[in-house]
Ligand binder design. Structure first.
Ligand code: FES
Ligand code: FES
Length: 372
């Protein structure tokens, strides 16, 4: 059913009526004629479609328009009276930071965010921050030089050269606040959604053992970690852990090393793990929280696990924030995890982590598209 949205785009209020699943890029380009927002991959990878929404850069090709109701959006046609964007445009021009210009609107949106957030940044930092925007022409040297110059100019003045936008830094989950959020078991089954900058995956799956036995496994990180494909625990105490998760997805291989905390509630048979880590090779970071609860299954000898995973990935692997990829990836990992849990609870051992087939993933993505 069509939905009417009220947006403020480039300082002007507008009302658009769109079909469900319309992407923000489509609204900007086809409804508002703002064709400076370019579409490249349309899968959240290349960054060409990046615009600034409520002060944060977003991929308009994978942002559902219905989630933008009431949003304040700046596209490349906007930013009127914004000194940061004026300086960036000037610097891009002087540094020859564009050739065909296809990536430039998205580059400028991301550059604006970088300049806004950093008072000082070296080349490595700027390249890291830019890693979600691809350019086929320039080799990035001019782009990095232009951004570097604007940041340096900002640091050279006692006051910032532009009114800073309200970009909130990452805030770790507050345990008290988290406890107030409804348990995963109350959530709709099998959904993937976004909440602010977070990707939220909710899943429910069956295990062929009684709830008490399954909970005894889940509550013990040293026992359950080997069941998670690719996970290893390096150190562990009553609340904290450090370790790594290795992901193999076709040619992509990433090893996220990090640390976090965990807590269990034996009465509720529920718990949570919070942590963050980074992949040094792929220069990506991940932050997130996993909540889990074990409920009775269809008979006393079976259980149902309810899990809710919230995460945010920055850097080269940021495409894993995409719901379609996440859905296939999580389903694949959970299937291995459930099989490993059942094997361990039956007195056996968890199997080795398998490489995730790109073709299996693509098939899952295509299936999801066809079913839409
Ligand atoms: S078109 Fe949106 S990220 Fe490529
Ligand atoms: S200038 Fe051509 S893609 Fe970047």
């Amino acid at each position: 059913m069509p939905e009417t949205l009220i947006l403020t785009v480039n300082g002007e209020a507008c009302t658009v009526t769109v079909a469900p699943r319309t992407q923000l890029a489509e609204v900007l380009r086809d409804h508002l004629d703002l064709t400076g927002t370019h579409l490249g991959c349309e899968q959240g990878v290349c960054g060409a479609c990046t615009v600034i929404m409520n002060g944060k850069p977003v991929r308009s090709c994978i942002t559902y328009a219905h989630t933008c109701d009431g949003a304040v959006i700046e596209t490349i046609e906007g930013h009127r009276g914004d000194p940061v964007m004026d300086q960036l445009r000037d610097a891009f021009s002087r540094h020859h930071a564009l050739q065909c210009g296809f990536c430039t609107p998205g580059m400028l949106a991301t550059a604006h965010d970088i300049v806004t957030r950093f008072d000082a940044a070296d080349e490595a930092t700027i390249r890291h921050e830019l890693s979600g925007n691809l350019c086929r022409c320039t080799g990035y040297v001019g782009i990095v030089g232009a951004i570097s110059e604007v940041i340096a100019a900002k640091g050279a003045t006692s006051a910032p050269p532009a009114p800073l936008r309200n970009v909130k830094p990452f805030t770790p989950f507050d345990p008290v606040e988290a406890a107030a959020v409804p348990a995963a078991s109350a959530a709709p089954k099998g959904s993937v959604s976004t909440d602010g900058g977070w990707t939220v995956v909710k899943r429910s799956f069956a295990l062929n053992h009684a709830p008490d036995a399954v909970w005894a496994l889940f509550r013990d990180p040293a026992r359950v970690a080997p069941c998670i494909p690719g996970a290893t625990v390096d150190s562990l105490d009553a609340e904290n852990f450090s370790g790594a998760v290795e992901i193999r997805f076709g040619p992509i291989r990433a090893r996220f090393g990090g640390r976090g905390t965990y807590a269990n509630d034996d009465n509720a048979r529920a718990g949570s793990i919070r942590g963050e880590g980074n992949d040094k090779l792929g220069k990506s970071t991940v932050r997130g929280e996993l909540r889990y609860a074990i409920a009775a299954g269809t008979n006393p000898q079976t259980s149902r696990a309810e899990v809710e995973l919230r995460f945010e990935i920055d850097g080269m692997l940021a495409q894993f924030n995409r719901p379609e990829l996440v859905t296939g990836f999580v389903n694949y990992i959970l299937a291995q995890f459930a099989a490993n849990c059942d094997a361990v609870l039956s007195g056996g051992e968890a199997g080795p982590a398998k490489r995730l087939s790109v073709f299996a993933m693509l098939w899952a993505v295509l299936k999801a598209r066809f079913s839409r």
